[in-house]
Design a protein. Structure first.
Length: 533
């Protein structure tokens, strides 16, 4: 492929529009959270305070459109806390240029390294950090800093409350199909305990796979762990069959162990399917002992080791806590906060190498964000924070995705920044009308969050401009300066990838492009969601 054909393909991908839409109930809940946070804050404070709460609620509401079967609440709470911390840190350091640049560099490197944990962690950290680079250089008292950070966090937590009160029924079909698959496998375990030659019903696991795999494109965007939801019941079936064979040809000890495994596996899988603790405490206690036996050299049934691992994985994915807690069953528990932090720290530490794509991404992000802040402060450009904001939201670990996002963001911002200027000149709306228009375009951004980055960026930029106008903080020359800042930020992001490219696979330089595309699929799945401000 010639270079101009490759560039044309990149432009087409950046401008593509798909037919996917989020659920209207999720969009309505997100907008309700923004309205509630803004109304309460406006009644108690100033328009600026209301804008802070609205910003926090808007980003957290966007996170509410994301998520898998295990829920969106942790992501919403996490982004709310990150936004509050970023707001306070930015306000504290903003009056001091050197300190502010250093903070932006260190913060950006840290959120870049979070891609080692997963794309969701990277997107949440980047979305929650936009308020740091947008901090004004006006000195504030500590009380005002804490108040503003609290308002942003509270705005996000409003969305968390709404998710708890109004969760919707997202993933209902998948949950029901998965529960049916686990119930069928549990019945099969009991049938094999009674008759080792019993044939397990393959239909429920196949139905679960069909429910989770909707289209080829969506399947390609799912992270590898997503396939465990529907693939695990299929892998448990042959493991049960292997254990059942021991009841025919094994020794007496193996037959007894196989019978115990099949009975207790059926009980635990019933608990996984129902999302409740196992009904038979004795069976759960026996499973703890059996799992402890699989780790011994003298295990009476070596064939049970794969089944033990798969049952552990099933309980972990379901998050049911189906078994009593004991030393021998510790790994059956869903990881708590301390274990999750240790796991995240280990994942980040493993990527602290110059050859790591994540480490190079963190270096690029830190360098571009620091350069963006320096440019904004040195030139005194109005709305110069849009430079750093652009670099934060378009940078990805792989070059192709970053170039696409830069092109799409410039195009979307050109529309989103120009449209409010035209409306203002033609209609002269007041502050109340600007607020309504901001809410309307935020709703459009939510609705268009999965249709293409250009449409999303245009709607979101329009909402931000109208919100700024509603607070009385807009300037007449804002259109040109915002467009210029966006273009500079995009140019910095592309230049960073040229100066520090992602590493190619060792011994295969001719696979550089395919490696970059593969890295894009691994690290950026579900990364084009509505958090891309």
């Amino acid at each position: 492929m010639r270079w101009w054909e490759a560039r044309a393909a990149t432009i087409r991908r950046a401008l593509r529009v798909t037919g996917r839409r989020p659920r209207l109930v999720d969009v309505g809940r997100g907008l309700l959270g923004v309205v509630a946070a803004t109304t309460v804050t406006l009644a108690l404070g100033t328009p600026g305070a209301a804008a802070s709460a609205a910003g926090g609620a808007a980003v957290a509401g966007a996170m509410g459109l994301r998520g898998g079967p295990r829920g969106r609440l942790p992501s919403i709470v996490a982004v709310s806390v990150v936004m509050g911390a970023a707001t306070f840190a930015g306000a504290l350091a903003a009056p001091h240029t050197v300190l502010f640049v250093g903070l932006a560099v260190v913060w950006s490197f840290a959120i870049g390294m979070l891609w080692a944990v997963g794309s969701a962690a990277g997107v949440v950290a980047a979305a929650g950090s936009v308020l740091l680079v947008a901090a004004a250089s006006v000195p504030l008292s500590v009380e005002h800093m804490l108040g503003r950070a609290a308002l942003v966090t509270a705005g996000g937590l409003v969305q968390a409350v709404l998710v708890v009160v109004w969760p919707g029924r997202r993933w209902r079909v998948q949950r029901e199909a998965l529960a049916g698959a686990y119930r069928a496998v549990a019945d099969g375990a009991r049938a094999l305990a009674a008759d080792p030659r019993a044939v397990l019903d393959p239909a429920p696991p196949a139905t679960s796979r069909a429910a989770f795999t909707l289209t080829e494109r969506q399947a390609g965007r799912r992270p590898p762990a997503f396939r465990d939801y529907y693939g695990l019941p299929e892998r448990i079936r042959p493991a049960l069959t292997a254990v059942a064979r021991a009841t025919e040809s094994g020794t007496a000890a193996e037959r007894d162990a196989a019978q115990a495994w099949l009975r207790t596996a059926g009980e635990v899988l019933d608990g996984v399917a129902a999302g409740r603790p196992a009904t038979d405490p004795r069976a759960a206690e026996q499973l703890r002992e059996l799992i402890a036996e699989t780790g011994r050299t003298t295990c009476p049934l070596p064939a049970a080791r794969p089944l033990a691992e798969q049952l552990t994985r099933a309980v972990d994915l379901a998050g049911t806590g189906a078994l009593p807690v004991g030393e021998s069953a510790e790994r059956l528990r869903r990881p708590g906060p301390a274990a999750s932090l240790r796991s995240a720290a280990g994942a980040v530490g493993a990527q602290l190498s110059p050859a790591s794509p994540v480490f190079r991404h963190a270096l690029r992000l830190a360098g571009t964000t620091g350069a963006a802040v320096v440019l904004a402060r040195a030139t005194g450009l109005q709305h110069g924070y849009w430079i750093a904001l652009t670099t934060l939201m378009v940078m990805r670990p792989e070059t192709a995705r970053t170039v696409e996002r830069c092109l799409a963001r410039v195009a979307g911002n050109a529309v989103g920044i120009t449209l409010p200027a035209v409306v203002t000149v033609a209609l002269h709306p007041g502050a109340a009308a600007d607020a309504v228009l901001a809410l309307a375009f935020l709703g459009c951004a939510y609705l268009l969050s999965e249709t293409g980055y250009v449409a999303l960026t245009a709607s979101l930029a329009t909402a931000i401009v109208f919100l700024t106008a509603a607070t009385g903080a807009d300037e007449p020359d804002a259109v040109a300066t915002r467009l210029l800042a966006t273009a500079i930020g995009g140019a910095l992001a592309v230049t960073a990838h040229l100066l520090l490219p992602a590493p190619a696979p060792a011994g295969a330089p001719h696979r550089r492009r395919s490696h970059a595309n593969g890295e894009a699929r691994r690290t950026s799945r579900n990364g084009d969601g509505p958090t891309a401000m």
